[in-house]
Write a protein that binds this ligand. Structure first.
Ligand SMILES: *Cc1c(COP(=O)(O)O)cnc(C)c1O
Length: 348
């Protein structure tokens, strides 16, 4: 086994979706499948979500919608957070996507390029990232509402902090902009689902929780990443490992070199901090993480296994992220393209 293996459990993803759909109460759960399903592979993950019952998918930009449409076939709705950017009309029409228009210019562009084509409206309720501002909406709303938007949505900035005052503040703005219009609304991503029913509206948009990440604490783990041992050596006390001599053996040590590095998304910030696992036994990463390899101290193992795990039941994406000073989202979406990808638990 010379190749690193990323195992994605499609059954865990669908069970996480079902759990978040249950937590969404009376709202329908969509599924956020941007960034190639958070790095796990649209071609396999999106059909599994569709088979579990997801009917509304969300991507970041129009080009991502092509792969999702290919994966789920005709029927399910595919919404685009970036809205309708210049040059997107043929992709939006061709893949039958629904742009979430986020500025007056986008509304004008969409109506000029694709009159009659479905769209939604995205509101800024305080995050100041994407969305129509309240003043613009007041000026435009009657005209836009006559064109029958499919969905009205906004996004929370601090949903992973349930006690944060921003949540209630954004909720109040969203309601002020959309109450009484009688149109389907969407406000909650994973964190917002956990904030409770007043945040759910009609359609929820779970992303990270589907893929096993915080803040959905009870998510089932979705990924395992096993790194092959490509060489092992014993070094005397005082010798160093890796670029820059950043680690010096305090005693005679057995060092395994694993065949994956920062080019595979195992970022250099893991240097000196991350651990890999042999079952339930941790082994420290020693020396700098290189592009294609990293050193691990395996002195304490009875013998050196053929592979060690960097993502496994003992160490999920958030645990690894914390060691590297980042978040689970970034670990997942950085997973590299050299891994053999095995999918388990799927329908096909
Ligand atoms: C990424 C994203 C989501 C999904 O968020 P998670 O925290 O991954 O659940 C939902 N809505 C918007 C607008 C997003 O950008």
């Amino acid at each position: 086994m010379a190749q690193a293996i990323l195992t994605v459990d499609l059954g865990a993803i669908t069970r996480n979706w079902q759990a978040l759909a249950g937590l969404s109460g009376r709202a329908e759960a969509g599924a956020v499948v941007k960034a190639d399903c958070y790095g796990l592979g649209t071609e396999r993950v999106a059909p599994a979500l569709a088979a579990a019952g997801a009917r509304r998918f969300f991507v970041a930009e129009a080009s991502e919608g092509i792969a999702v449409r290919r994966a789920v076939g005709p029927g399910p709705e595919i919404y685009v957070f970036a809205g309708h950017m210049a040059g997107d009309a043929s992709v939006i029409a061709g893949a039958d996507l629904i742009p979430l228009l986020n500025a007056p210019e986008q509304i004008a562009r969409h109506r000029a390029a694709l009159p009659g084509h479905a769209f939604g409206i995205q509101f800024d309720t305080g995050m100041n990232r994407l969305g129509i501002e309240e003043a613009d909406w007041r000026a435009l709303s009657s005209d836009i509402l006559s064109a029958n938007p499919r969905l009205l949505m906004s996004h929370l900035a601090c949903a992973d902090e349930p006690g944060h005052a921003m949540n209630a503040s954004q909720l109040a703005v969203f309601r002020r902009m959309t109450d009484g219009l009688g149109l389907p609304r969407s406000f909650a991503a994973t964190g917002g689902i956990l904030l409770g029913p007043e945040y759910h509206f009609d359609i929820t948009r779970p992303g990270i929780g589907l893929y096993g990440g915080d803040p959905f604490d009870s998510a089932e783990a979705v990924v395992r990443l096993s790194l092959p041992v490509i060489q092992t050596r014993t070094i005397p006390a005082g010798e160093t490992v890796g670029y820059g001599n950043s680690w010096t053996a305090p005693k005679p040590s057995r060092i395994a070199t694993l065949g994956a590095g920062y080019a595979d998304g195992l970022i250099r910030a893991m240097t000196g901090k991350a651990r890999v696992w042999h079952g339930s036994t941790p082994c420290p990463v020693v020396g700098r993480v290189s592009m294609d390899s990293m050193g691990v101290d395996v002195t304490h193992l009875p013998d050196t296994p053929g592979a060690l795990d960097i993502l496994c039941p003992a160490q999920g994406v958030d645990a690894l992220a914390t060691m590297a000073g980042t978040i689970g989202y970034e670990i997942l979406t950085s997973l590299g393209h050299r891994y053999r990808r095995d999918y388990t638990g799927g329908a096909r």
